[in-house]
Design a binder for this molecule. Structure first.
Ligand code: X8Z
Ligand code: ZN
Length: 591
């Protein structure tokens, strides 16, 4: 072979190699590489500033948050990025990963479009003011200041209806001051979403599931309908129990202040002999968190990074503290890498024990998808419901009696009435939650953003839905001077997303059913995952890909079935039979 032939062959080889190594749509990859670098930098700044504003509410932190979010909007919602992503999305030969990332580029831009700076600046400012107002509000009863945890405690335990009413009303007193801000936010959110072609802000949020508003509302209706036979039975049993407890006639709908939760989204404290609060009442709040971590570690997950313990803000502030902080539990992924934190006000109650398990589910999801296979913009859940579902799944299995015995919260030889245990799980889990999550919350937010609901109909619509879906009524008539939906933080802070929690319940029972059948070979009603690394390994395969996989495909791969309430309803099947016997001869309807 001559030198000339060798050189020609080498040139040909080089040309071929370079052709092969030049992937199709290399310009899209270059665009996405730059975007991801910028996204992490600006997310880190914005999330860090939101964290600072959440743990120390005040003008300085609020203004820093506004500045960081304005920069995020200006640079990640720029016309150049929007045009680039929209143009690339017209190509038909994109890979799944390219298309998905480009969709997220547009999704991020639509929340804060830099292309309509006046609207976006107003939106960012209104959001910061609303959140600060939510958490700097002083609740009071008879002129004395009370904390959010105090209200929860009284509603969970008091048997004095006058006291219950006073605390329930104190929880609702925050609403009127939030009404104007909420309406302003709604209009700005809708305007921002419309600027990128979305029919409403609600449609933008639902769009993350690859669904239309109509499809989501049909799904909600199906879930409510599936749960209805069990819910009616539980509702009927509960109103008889509570009427006897309070010495009152049995009502058709349950007065909201009778229930042990500010929004009647969970009904704790009803089952005699299952007093879970007593199990942790003498524990240090630190123990609750460490126990939640131990649960994950017992399944084979790593201990939390040391920085989690240094940077998180985990415990309730003393009553006389000058600092004010967000009291609703949340989990944060500050740098989309290893800087993960929780913001909580943990107190020694069973509800907080559950919440610590829930929040660490988010944290372990963050850590799992912070890997080289997942670009920053896809470091999020397969969908938002999956993100909620992980921790809620661990909440479920951490409330199993077998586990509470294993960690000595219950005596090993204590007899457990399995029906009573399940009854408590139904009352504090999906059975009471779905009518609230799919029903009242999602229907109200749908109307609020999609109609959009008139400001003079906001409270009436809320109670109309509470009556229809939950069978709950206000203790006394609530006129439009109140703004009861705004007492739920998600209405201001995590808008048009509450169906996430309802869907997460459905998904978690599917995962649990699969785990019990295929990995543990145990009955779902009693199985737990404590010290079961095989379950941890299975969960890791769901968590690691983040949003790089289509959630429907992931669902099928992980469970062999599509999204369905089959597993959830099957779990509570024995309870339905028991309730029918208890309610024999009673009218269970509440409409
Ligand atoms: O907001 C939460 C979590 C934070 S992601 C504590 N949850 C919903 C609520 O409190 O209304 C969990 C259950 C539903
Ligand atoms: Zn959550």
């Amino acid at each position: 072979m001559t030198l000339r032939t060798i050189l020609a062959a080498a040139a040909l080889l080089a040309a071929l190699t370079s052709c092969q190594s030049q992937p199709p749509n290399a310009d899209v990859d270059a665009f996405l590489t730059d975007y991801n670098i910028l996204y992490q930098e600006l997310w880190n700044k914005a999330e860090g500033s939101r964290w600072d504003a959440g743990v120390d509410i005040g003008d300085a932190t609020g203004n820093a948050q506004i500045a960081a979010e304005e920069e995020f909007a200006a640079r990640l919602g720029s016309a150049e990025l929007i045009d680039g992503a929209q143009t690339f999305l017209e190509r038909e030969d994109l890979t799944y990963m390219q298309r998905k990332q480009l969709q997220y580029v547009l999704q991020n831009a639509a929340k804060f479009p830099g292309t309509i700076p006046e609207t976006t600046t107003a939106l960012i400012q209104a959001g910061a003011v609303q959140t600060a107002q939510l958490y700097s509000y002083e609740f009071s009863v008879d002129g004395s200041s009370v904390s959010s945890n105090d209200i929860t405690e009284v509603l969970a335990t008091s048997r004095d209806l006058d006291e219950r009413l006073a605390y329930w009303e104190s929880a609702k007193a925050i609403g009127p001051g939030l009404k104007d801000g909420l309406v302003t936010l709604r209009d700005l959110r809708n305007e921002a979403a419309a600027s990128l072609g979305h029919p409403s802000f609600f449609a933008l949020e639902v769009g993350e599931y690859g669904m239309t508003t109509g499809e989501m509302m049909i799904l909600m209706a199906e879930l409510i309908q599936g749960m209805q036979p069990l819910y009616e039975q539980l509702h009927c049993w509960t109103k008889h129990q509570l009427a006897a407890r309070y010495g009152a006639p049995v009502p058709r709908r349950i007065p909201a202040h009778w229930i042990g939760n500010k929004w009647a989204q969970a009904w704790p404290g009803l089952v005699e002999g299952v007093d879970l609060d007593a199990l942790v009442a003498d524990k240090d709040p630190v123990w609750l968190l460490k126990q939640a971590e131990r649960y994950y570690v017992s399944m084979g997950f790593e201990p939390l990074p040391a920085s989690f313990w240094q940077a998180s803000d985990l415990y309730a502030l003393p009553a006389d503290a000058v600092r004010k902080k967000n009291t609703h539990a949340s989990a944060w992924h500050i740098d989309l890498d290893r800087d993960v934190r929780c913001l909580m006000s943990v107190a020694p109650t069973f509800d907080w024990l559950q919440t610590t398990h829930h929040e660490l589910g988010h944290i372990y999801y963050y850590l799992a998808y912070a890997n080289d296979e997942v670009p920053f913009v896809l470091r999020t859940g397969a969908n938002r419901a999956f993100h909620e579902g992980v921790g809620t799944l661990i909440e479920l299995v951490s409330s199993q009696a077998s586990y509470l015995k294993a960690i000595d919260l219950l005596d090993a030889d204590q007899d457990i009435d399995q029906i009573q245990w399940m009854l408590n799980q139904a009352l504090t889990g999906p059975v009471t939650f779905l009518p609230f999550g799919c029903g009242t919350m999602t229907h109200w937010e749908h109307d609020f953003y999609v109609e959009p609901l008139d400001r003079n109909e906001m409270n009436a619509r809320w109670w109309e839905y509470a009556a229809r879906f939950q069978g709950i009524e206000p203790p006394t008539p609530r006129s439009e001077e109140w703004c009861d939906p705004a007492t739920k933080t998600h209405i201001s802070d995590d808008p048009a997303q509450y169906y996430d929690y309802a869907l997460s319940s459905v998904i978690l029972y599917q995962l649990h059913d699969y785990i019990c059948r295929e990995i543990l070979h145990e009955a779902p009603q009693t199985a737990t995952y404590w010290e079961k690394p095989a379950v941890g390994a299975y969960l890791e395969t769901i968590l690691r890909p983040g949003a790089t996989k289509d959630w429907r495909e992931l669902m099928r791969e992980a469970t062999g079935e599509d999204l369905s309430s089959r597993a959830m309803l099957a779990y509570y099947e024995p309870l339905l039979e028991w309730l029918k016997v208890q309610n024999a001869g009673r009218d269970v309807s509440f409409d």
